[in-house]
Design a binder for this molecule. Structure first.
Ligand SMILES: [Fe+2]
Length: 244
């Protein structure tokens, strides 16, 4: 049963530090299928430094992936998107259509440098949110400012920010929820969704199925399904599988 939705995945080749070649991309897609992922939002990095987002190249390589999936008859759908590294220009760039939003909706995936302070995160949520976009913070476990759960709560309640945690943070080598903060985030229901943030098939891989099993063990099937696909389908209006 393929049910999971991965909204943070760097499989489009030749655009960022994810897949480098068409073959890399094929391997990453196959691995996601193996992990029971049925829908992937392909979120290449959009950074404020250097050249602007290579939209034409990105869309061409995404289309190549979609064609290959159709030829192979693989049970997975790909959607456009990107991961915006927040800067003072991000809100304007999003408004001007310089970046692809998640699956063509008004949702955007936003990341920060790890030392970004809380006030700047609030500014980002306000600026982008005021333009009518839903804001999802990528890999929330990376930010020092969010170690304070009051900050997390404020961003969620006052600014409507959604929180995405990486699957590899849930799956640790040292045991389930090795990090106490990670456990608190999940126990409090502050994690809206998990995603792989996959960059390759060796070190930063897609492990959605394993993450789902671990979440199910602690929080039950319904909550685990919601973090691994339900939330994402509601937010992005994606089709629901027959069995769910
Ligand atoms: Fe990422």
């Amino acid at each position: 049963m393929s049910n999971f939705v991965d909204i943070h995945h760097h499989l489009v080749y030749g655009v960022d530090d994810g897949a480098r070649t068409f073959e890399d991309m094929q391997q990453m897609i196959l691995q996601a299928v193996n992990q029971q992922v049925s829908d992937i939002v392909c979120t290449s990095h959009a950074t404020p430094r250097g050249r602007s987002f290579p939209m034409e190249l990105y869309l061409r390589h995404l289309q190549r992936a979609q064609l290959w999936i159709a030829q192979e008859g693989l049970p997975v759908r790909l959607y456009p998107g990107c991961e915006v590294l927040y800067s003072d220009h991000s809100a304007r760039q999003i408004r001007e259509g310089m970046f692809p939003t998640l699956a063509g909706t008004s949702a955007v995936l936003v990341e920060f440098t790890p030392d970004t302070d809380f006030d700047r995160m609030c500014d980002a949520a306000r600026q982008i949110g005021n333009l009518g976009y839903s804001v999802i913070f990528a890999h929330v476990e990376r930010y020092q400012a969010l170690r304070n759960l009051k900050h997390v709560n404020t961003l969620r309640e006052d600014y409507g920010v959604y929180m995405q945690m990486n699957t590899n943070t849930v799956i640790t080598k040292k045991g389930f929820f090795f990090d106490r903060w990670v456990r608190h985030m999940l126990d409090e229901g502050y994690v809206d969704c998990v995603a792989s943030d996959a960059h390759n098939v060796t070190s930063r891989v897609c492990r959605m199925r394993l993450c789902y099993e671990m979440l199910k063990e602690r929080y039950g099937r319904e909550a685990a399904l919601d973090m691994c696909g339900g939330f994402q389908r509601r937010l992005l209006g994606l089709p629901w599988p027959e069995e769910y």
